[in-house]
Design a protein around this ligand. Structure first.
Ligand code: HEM
Length: 488
């Protein structure tokens, strides 16, 4: 206590709910709807809210200013990740997304950026375009399975770009394997559900000890985490060794660069599916939801596409600047449905002072992306899905804050897959609007079923299942899709 007081130099922690002596704020940590609960707390305590669980400090940043001041401007000390013993026990310590900040993590980051950076992102646009054409054809064939098709398209892009793996249209074994691993990861990552995350010494308890169920569970999950990072990487190596070189990919690029640490190449490749698949899927699913709820927005978007692109071809990534209303829809999607609403937590590595408040080293820092993107000052009427907020006189309004200032996180951990994500989402949005009408399903009385618009409230926010009807806009639309698939 004496040492802790001396470190604080009389400064208070940021304000927050009263803590119990030993347990701290265990009861205040929300398990449901956490972003909205933290936003509500900030109305009482201010933008920077402090909580404590046992001896772990947590600080939630609810405004862009606080997130920018700390995570961007002081990124030298705000770029690590809190330790997550249950992830480590379950075999995920290979993932660069949870590695502590330092030279080892930096080597992964550099490799990742070399392939997915904005300057080089155009080289995979052809792949995105051909996968997207297949996605549209699947929507023609079985529109009711639209979520499966979105999922397959995101997986196909990532596995192809990363490993050169060509996935099957249905029941692909690679996708099944990585999905199984991601499912285990999401179970291991439910906040607060494993005591070992708060009491890390529990990880030393042997698996046979009664009550150490978490350890036996983690051992079971480990196999899937290892498969995910090993199997596709070894497949590329085997293909190369057998003289049947696989299509060029991130992994073949890395192997040709003679990076001398195989683990770094493997981990960097492995994290692409982890970071990129479900995030992109949830955003595109949110687009279908938004269009089902807002038919007028859909109509205006289709008018823009018809006017600028016409009916003889699909919109392409090169048309992006000429379609401002589509751009506004994409921005509103990212603002309204941030799929990682509390980001991935950061950790500060040195004691810090912010606006007269003390933030101790090892504090977990949670940027509340959802709250930042619902800020009424930047986005009046923020709880309405309204793409027009980004427009002025028929063009994009540069004065309205772009959601990319929050949705991809902050500082040195800023999402490195954001260019791929942005292009994939834009392409799906523009081409689906050009080709299909998304409308409301009817109940047995013939009335419209208006989806509630709810999303799951876990670490990854994806729309809850909802019904909609997807039909081609015309016989020409069908023809254009089939021609594009053929040409791809
Ligand atoms: C809608 C799409 C996406 C959203 C909203 C999103 C959002 C985020 C956020 C909020 C973070 C945490 C950043 C931070 O800690 O400050 C993150 C990290 C990350 N994302 Fe994304 N992401 C998306 C797509 C992708 C894609 C397509 C990839 C891969 C190709 C990817 C790879 C990663 C990786 C590797 C990290 C960890 C970065 C690190 O710890 O250094 N993401 N993403």
């Amino acid at each position: 206590l004496w040492r802790a007081r001396r470190r604080r130099r009389g400064l208070p922690y940021p304000p927050g709910p009263d803590a119990q002596l030993i347990l701290g704020n265990v009861r205040d940590i929300p398990t449901e709807n956490a972003p909205a609960v933290y936003a509500e707390m900030s109305k009482t305590y201010g933008p920077v809210v402090h909580l404590r669980v046992l001896n772990r400090h947590i600080v939630v940043l609810n405004t862009l200013k606080a997130a920018d001041d700390l995570l961007n401007k002081r990124s030298a000390i705000y770029s690590s990740r809190p330790s997550t013993p249950m992830f480590d026990l379950s075999g995920w310590s290979w993932s660069p997304a949870i590695q502590p900040y330092g030279p080892y993590w930096r080597q992964h980051r550099k490799l990742f950026q070399g392939f997915f950076d904005e300057r080089v992102s155009t080289r995979y646009h052809d792949k995105l375009t051909s996968t997207n054409a297949v996605f549209l054809r699947s929507l023609l064939e079985s529109p009711h399975k639209f979520r499966e098709h979105i999922h397959r398209a995101a997986g196909a892009n990532i596995l192809s770009l990363t490993y050169g793996i060509d996935v099957a249209l249905e029941n692909d074994p690679w996708i099944a394997m990585v999905d199984k691993a991601v499912e285990c990861l999401s179970k291991a990552g439910v906040p607060g559900s494993y005591a070992v995350d708060w009491l890390p010494w529990l990880k030393h308890v042997p698996a046979w000890v009664p009550g150490a169920h978490f350890k036996r569970q983690a051992l079971e999950w480990r196999e899937h985490a290892t498969n995910m990072v090993e199997a596709p990487f070894q497949w590329v190596k085997q293909q190369l060794a057998s003289g049947k070189p696989p299509p060029p990919s991130f992994v073949t690029d890395m192997l040709s660069m003679n990076v001398d640490a195989e683990d770094i190449m493997k981990n960097t490749a492995g994290v692409t599916y982890l970071g990129g698949a479900d995030t992109t899927v949830s955003t595109i699913a949110a687009f279908f939801l938004a269009m089902t709820i807002n038919p007028d927005i859909q109509r205006m978007a289709q008018e823009e596409i018809d006017r600028v692109v016409g009916h003889d071809r699909l919109p392409e990534l090169g048309d992006r600047d000429s379609l401002p209303y589509i751009e506004a829809i994409v921005r509103e999607l990212f603002r309204f449905y941030p799929v990682v609403p509390l980001s991935i937590p950061h950790m500060v590595t040195a004691d810090d002072e912010y606006e007269g408040m003390f933030i101790p080293a090892q504090t977990t820092i949670i940027p509340n992306i959802w709250a930042i993107l619902r800020d009424e000052e930047s986005y009046p009427n923020a709880s309405c899905f309204w793409p027009e907020r980004f427009m002025k006189d028929g063009q994009l309004n540069p004065d309205v804050r772009h959601p990319k200032t929050a949705v991809y996180g902050y500082g040195r951990r800023l999402c490195p897959g954001r260019f791929l994500a942005d292009s994939s989402v834009w392409l799906a949005v523009a081409t689906v609007l050009a080709s299909f009408n998304i409308s409301r399903a009817k109940d047995h009385m013939g009335n419209d079923i208006v989806p509630s618009g709810d999303t799951n409230t876990g670490a990854l926010a994806s729309p809850k299942p909802f019904p909609c009807v997807i039909t081609p806009r015309s016989a020409d639309s069908r023809q254009v899709i089939l021609q594009t698939v053929e040409a791809a």
